[in-house]
Structure formats: structure tokens, C-alpha cells
Design a protein around this ligand. Sequence first.
Ligand SMILES: Cc1ncc(COP(=O)(O)O)c(C=O)c1O
Length: 405
Amino acid sequence: MTLNRNQLLDLAEQYSTPLYVYDGDKILDRYRGLYNFIPYPKLKIHFAMKANYNFEILKMLYAAGASLDTVSPAEVLLAMKAGFTKDRIIYTANNMTESDVEAVHDLGVLMNIGELTRLEKYGEKYPGSEVCIRFNPDVRDGEDIKLMTAGDMAKFGILLDQVEIVKTIVAKYNLKVIGLHEHTGSGLQNTESVFKSMKNLMAIATPENFPELRFLDFGGGFKVPYRPDEPSVDYAKMGAQITELFMDFCENYGRELEMYFEPGKYIVAESGYLLARVNTLKNNHGHLIAGTDSGFPQLIRPVLYNAYHHVQNLSNPNGPLKIYDIVGNICETGDYLAERRELPEIHEGDLLSVENAGAYCYSMGGVYNLRPMPAEVLIQNGKTRLARRRLSNQELIDNIIKESP
Ligand SMILES: Cc1ncc(COP(=O)(O)O)c(C=O)c1O
């Protein structure tokens, strides 16, 4: 825990719960740290904004010089509102519609295409355009099966052995392939997977296949420890190997290309906390259940892919340990934040902190059961500010009524 207990207790009082809190200094530290651990001079980090699209965080990363990986036209529009110019955005959606493609193309943002049929349609519509092509690196890794984005089961990217078909389409429409991309998965468990995917992409990134390359983009996926006893990856070592691999590649390619990565989790996961208050305790024949004022629509990762989020009882950190299910206030049996978790004794009114809640938590959220999403608070340089307020119940239903024809 970087933000201290008293700080979090105070914030919960001040802004009420449920509440997301982000440590902005940590976000910047993680972003800048990537440049230290991958010492390649032409490195460009695109933050995967799907992990956390909070507008204040986007503006902070913009000011720090970051670029963005985007996945929908609305993400591109929001990125531009935060200041990002088209040269600092890449668009990597899957199963794009015609209107998605038009909207993004008209904004001048580079399209990263991962389907043969979309590449054909794109060439037909915009012959001579610059484009990036997403390949499936054929390496299976990730925190959960649902977080593996490569291999034959994955819907993402073009198979490596379809490179000749890609070249035919590219030649037919005179497309200019300036980048190649791969993304293996999220929370890569083995550093070897990163190298293997890089090598697989580099093997087809020859000057014979793609003579006009400016960059290779190796996606995101850098793992962060979610469990207290989980070891951190030796990123300095990994970064040195990545740099060496890429420099060798550039020598063979004949030019020094840019190297892109697009991490989301690594930059924001550890900065975030979801603060939830326990309002109901149950003892079902010894099975203890702590009911909170949050729930899975506000943090869905445990339910969606069994993700572990460390939970602390901030109100009673030294109480005797007991085993609890930490559940939400949603009318679903599967509504839990943590199952069978050993925690210092919980009383009604205690404040719990769900940790590593900066990535794919708020951004995956919704208002199921019509409960507004929590407010978000950002702490930077010792200053705390509301980064997004919580809608009132009235505003939430007013929005629904407004959207009704
Ligand atoms: C194409 C692409 N790039 C980058 C990311 C970011 O991944 P992570 O947050 O694990 O770094 C994702 C997320 O799965 C992705 O699909």
C-alpha cells in the first residue's frame, strides 16, 4: 500500500464511499520507469487507455509526453479532448464497423488492422494510405484464459502464415505499411513469451515483406503483482533483453525503427484503490459474509476472470483474523469482490480498501441495478482533487429518461 491508511480513511470521509482513489505520482513513475527499463532511444509508450480513461489521468499522461492506444472512436475523441494529437494515437480496434473506420480515418489517426477482410475493405476505400497491421504472434500467455489474445483460439490479429496474402492486398491497393503490431495477452506470466512474440513478429518484418516500416509495436501485457507475496518481474533485466533483441533486428532490417509498447495495466493498476464500506455482516452457521456498498458492476475483474484483488480492513488493521466473503450490494449471487479471504475482524461501518484497482476496474464499470459509478479522486504532488464526480441517483435516471425517444 503506497497511500497510507489514514489518507484513505480521510478520503472516504471527505468524498464518501464507494470511492476510487488513484495515486497520480505512481502512475507517472510507472510511465517514466518504462523508459528506464527499456533503454532504446526510439521507444514510444502508448498507454492503453481502455485500462483507465479517467480524463484527469489522460491529461496528466499527455503532459508527461505519453501516446495512446485506443480501441473505439469515442476513445479517440476523448483522447483528442485531453490534448493528444493524431500522431500520438494509434487505433487498434477489432471487428470495426464502416462508420468506426470512417470516423477514425477522418481524424487522421493511424489504423492498426488485424483482419484480412478489413484490410481489403480499407485498401479499397483508402488506396495509398498508411497503415499498421496487427499479427497474431502465436504465443499463448496471460493472467487468465480470457486475457490471452493470441494463438488459434484468439479473434485478434492476422495469422503469421498469412503474410503473403497481406502482401497481395497491400500491393493491390498500394497501401503503405509503416508499422507491424502484436499483442500477446494481459498480465504475461513468462518474460519468455514477450521475447518469443517479438521474435515471431520480427521474423516477418523483413525489408522484402515490408520495406517502408517505421515502427514495430509489441503491444502491452506487462504483469504487475496482485498478490502480496507475488514476486515482481525483473523489468530492468527484461528491458535490457528487449533492447538487445530489437537492436539486432534493426541491424538486420537495415534501419533503426521505432519500438512501441502499449501497456495499460503496468502503468495504472497499482495506483488505484476502491474504497468500500461494510454495511451488513452475516454469519451463516460460521460462514462470514461482509456486505459492502460497492459491487461487481463497479469492479468486475474478480467475477469476470477470477482476478485476485488484495483487500485490507483499514478500520481495524490489527483485529483477529477471520475468513470472509466480501460481497457487493447487487442482486446477483455471484456479486463478490473477494472470496474466502482472511482479514482482520470486520465490523459494520468498517472501511475496506480493494487494491490494485487502477486498471480495468472503473473503466469496465457499469450501472447495473441503477447504482451510479463511484467518484474518482486523483492525488498528485501531495494534492488531492476530485477527478470525476459520482452522479446522483436523480442524474442517473434523468440520463436514462433523456435517452428514451
Ligand atoms: C491491443 C492491446 N494493446 C494493449 C493492451 C494493454 O494490455 P495491458 O493492460 O495488459 O498492458 C491490450 C489489452 O488487452 C490490447 O488488447
